[in-house]
Design a protein around this ligand. Structure first.
Ligand code: PGA
Length: 252
């Protein structure tokens, strides 16, 4: 399979708690990644988006999006607002949002809104726990099918899928290289069945869940994902830079 440029996205979630700290972390990340070959985006909390200025090698992402462009939706942020703030990429259906009530239907609507606004959508999928019968495969398959249904092939190829098993998020208990490789192949099989092999091969698939400066190299080079969605470690500039640099060379 032809290798593509890696993508690493940092999801700051509801951190840090001051604009001063956000600026400091963002500046340090930009400084350490001036010459990277990898596509890098940081998703800070919405309130910091307009102040943090994307650099030549680090762009801005959003942690969520509302399907409508404007209107009576208290507390929400629209695709047009994200564009206006310089956002290029948006995380959709993160498990923490799904746990707060986001459904597959909402993920579908948000994905359509992101694509319409020409934002790069990252759709998060992943199981709560692993069972011996392998039911987690069908859970992931159903999430992917619900998000991608009715999309033309050329559009599917623009969607990034992040495999984030919930049990691995924020636990320090990352999925193994073998688990990630198996799921990456499974996701491409699901997309092959939905569209075709070429579309599945073009798709960018990320892994997320306790990625850190120690495990990133093996996860990237041995499981053949196209990059990472990073939570905790993306708030530590030196660790985040190590993770990004681990993806700088294409896996053999
Ligand atoms: P983590 O979070 O890297 O802290 O496990 C990943 C995520 O939630 O995207």
């Amino acid at each position: 399979m032809k290798q593509k440029k890696a993508l690493v996205v940092g999801n700051w979630k509801m951190n840090p708690t001051s604009l001063k700290d956000a600026k400091q972390i963002f500046t340090a990340i930009k400084r350490s990644l001036k010459t990277t070959q990898t596509s890098v985006a940081i998703a800070p909390p919405f309130v910091y988006l307009h102040t943090l200025k994307a650099g030549s090698s680090v762009s801005l992402a959003a942690q969520d999006i509302h399907p409508e462009e404007k209107g009576a939706h208290t507390g929400e942020t629209s695709p047009l607002m994200l564009k206006d703030a310089g956002v290029t990429t948006v995380i959709i259906g993160h498990s923490e949002r799904r746990a707060a009530g986001e459904t597959d239907e909402m993920v579908f609507d948000k994905l359509h809104a992101a694509l319409k606004a020409r934002l790069i959508p990252i759709v998060c999928v992943g199981e709560k726990k692993r069972d011996k019968n392998g039911d987690f495969f069908s859970q992931v398959e159903n999430q992917i099918k619900a998000a991608l249904k009715d999309l033309p092939k050329a559009t599917v190829a623009r969607v990034v899928i992040a495999y984030e098993p919930i049990w691995a998020i924020g636990t320090g208990n990352n999925a193994t290289v073998e688990d990630v490789e198996e799921m990456q192949l499974f996701i491409r099989k699901v997309v092959t069945n939905l569209c075709d092999r070429k579309t599945a091969e073009m798709m960018t698939i990320l892994y997320g869940g306790s990625v850190n400066a120690e495990n990133c190299h093996d996860l990237y080079h041995q499981s053949h994902v196209n990059g990472f969605l990073v939570g905790g470690a993306s708030l530590r500039p030196a660790d985040f830079a190590t993770i990004v640099q681990s993806t700088a060379q294409l896996p053999s």
